[in-house]
Design a protein around this ligand. Structure first.
Ligand SMILES: [Zn+2]
Length: 506
């Protein structure tokens, strides 16, 4: 070696640069700790952590016990760190027949039943019921003067109106079923005329859905055989019906079933160190559920590998959450902190939405939601920030990322509205300034698609050096926000600014 002293000199400079990292516990965390937590949470034995599954519950237990060890308290209203949620799974009938006039329709191919007890009906009279809608305000009443008792009703899709959006049509389903049930029909079938392929519709509504407890889930009219059918081309029956011709129908169904799917958000609270600022809370969130095993996962799997481990989505975020929880407990920030691992994200942000409607600490006392969730990463130079430039926290983001030598990548695909597709939106919608922090995603490419919601999303494929930096930067960012005397605020004109003003008004 020609310049041994120069090398030594450079080495000294390098270690001096390292030592400039702020002196906070997040920077002395050993790499093995987040790695262990990540390997555990995404292990095959946890079976893809699908909401309500044993693996999901085990993950929740693990998180709760870590929070207990760090010294977090279980807030009033929680049961030993758990906020229980009684989800309802609804499974549509898996076997059914439908014959109208002389035409046989096939389950899934031509029709689906969405609700109804096990039932066999022979030669019922068929009646066309318009939209099957009653609106007291406008006086519209499709049932007026009609005896529908014992009849199978066929209706146009949705409520009256030519250009109803699919959402309007979907939202009308329960009310239309209620009306048919109340009036004594034996069944109600809506005609499929939506502007997208039948297969999308039938595979979405023809499979098990999980939803939070709701009036709809308990509705008595779910006993009624209710479904949708595609009109067969070249078959005149529906036209005949509209023209008033008498037609008989027979149908059978093995019945809709429902079951309780208990799951839980996991919540711990840490009191802040400042006598005044501790009355305010920083909320830190990450979803710990994933999509499960085999066909639950929604993507390709094989006999050798059928478990959707969800190491990136979102064991990485869950561990970053735990890292922040631990670091903040060792050296407390000025504000109090709520650490929450939410369930049900993959089913439609259900756990965070449930908490936002049933908060254990009033949301107006929460100054910010710092969420972490990701689809994966294709850059180990970056951390992606969804909501960058919107809440006045950019300087903290830069300080935190630079402390570990990483750069900010602002929302890589604003047109996809990714900010609104993770749990931060449940809080933003209530007015709480919020942000989602993701591992370095610069664009949706093959490097992302290889793992995103795939069985290959396993801990063994994760760059643990990068992951450690990710956890450190996330923890430090939480600390910076929790210590800042001024509060984050929605930028003027932001879509959530109004909700924020509403929430925090005195
Ligand atoms: Zn996710």
């Amino acid at each position: 070696m020609k310049y041994p002293f120069l090398s030594l000199f450079l080495l000294l400079i390098a270690s001096a640069a390292q030592a400039q990292k702020p002196n906070f516990p997040e920077f002395s965390m050993p790499k093995q700790e987040p790695e262990f937590q990540l390997r555990f949470l995404s292990a095959n034995e946890l079976g893809g952590r699908r909401t309500g599954s044993m693996g999901n519950n085990l993950a929740a237990r693990f998180i709760a016990e870590e929070l207990r060890t760090y010294g977090y308290s279980s807030p009033a209203g929680a049961k030993d760190y758990f906020q229980p949620i009684q989800f309802q799974a609804a499974t549509p009938p898996s076997a059914g027949t439908l014959k109208i006039g002389k035409v046989d329709y096939k389950l899934m191919e031509d029709f689906i039943f969405m609700t109804g007890e096990a039932n066999t009906v022979k030669n019922a009279e068929v009646m066309f019921i318009g939209h099957g809608w009653v609106d007291e305000k406008s006086g519209h009443d499709d049932y007026k003067g009609k005896d529908v008792k014992g009849k199978l009703l066929i209706s146009l899709p949705g409520p009256p109106g030519e250009n109803n959006s699919p959402m309007v049509i979907f939202r009308a389903m329960g009310a239309k079923r209620d009306l048919a049930y109340k009036n004594g029909a034996v069944g109600l079938i809506e005609l499929y005329r939506l502007p997208f392929p039948w297969n999308f519709f039938s595979s979405y509504f023809g499979r098990e859905t999980i939803a939070p407890p709701s009036k709809e889930a308990k509705s008595e009219s779910r006993k009624l055989t209710y479904g949708w059918m595609k009109e067969k081309s070249g078959v005149a029956e529906i036209k005949d019906l509209q023209a008033g011709k008498k037609i008989k129908a027979s149908f059978s169904s093995n019945g809709f079933s429902s079951r309780n799917v208990p799951s839980q958000n996991v919540i711990g609270v840490l009191e802040g160190s400042d006598p005044e600022l501790k009355k305010e809370y920083l909320l830190i969130t990450a979803h710990y559920d994933h999509v499960g095993i085999g066909k639950e996962g929604g993507n390709a799997y094989s006999a050798e590998d059928s478990i959707f481990n969800g190491a990136r989505d979102n064991a990485m975020g869950t561990v970053a959450l735990l890292s922040a929880a631990k670091a903040l407990s060792i050296q407390r920030p000025k504000r109090s902190v709520i650490v929450m691992a939410v369930t049900g994200e993959e089913l439609g942000l259900l756990g965070s939405a449930y908490y936002a409607q049933n908060p254990l600490i009033p949301l107006k006392e929460v100054i910010f939601d710092l969420n972490t969730d990701g689809a994966g990463y294709n850059s180990t130079e970056h951390i992606s920030i969804f909501g960058y430039g919107r809440t006045g926290t950019d300087a903290h983001v830069e300080t935190a990322l630079n402390s570990v030598g990483l750069k900010v990548f602002p929302d890589p695909a604003p047109e996809q509205g990714l900010f609104d597709r993770s749990d931060n939106v449940s809080f933003a919608a209530e007015g709480v300034p919020a942000m989602n922090v993701s591992p370095g995603l610069t664009k949706f490419d093959d490097a992302i698609n290889k793992y995103y919601h795939q069985v290959a999303d396993e801990a063994s494929s994760i760059d643990m050096d990068y992951f450690l930096k990710y956890c450190q930067a996330f923890s430090y960012l939480a600390r910076l926000i929790a210590n800042d005397a001024s509060k984050p605020q929605w930028k003027a004109g932001d879509k959530y600014e109004k909700a924020g003003m509403e929430l925090y008004k005195k």
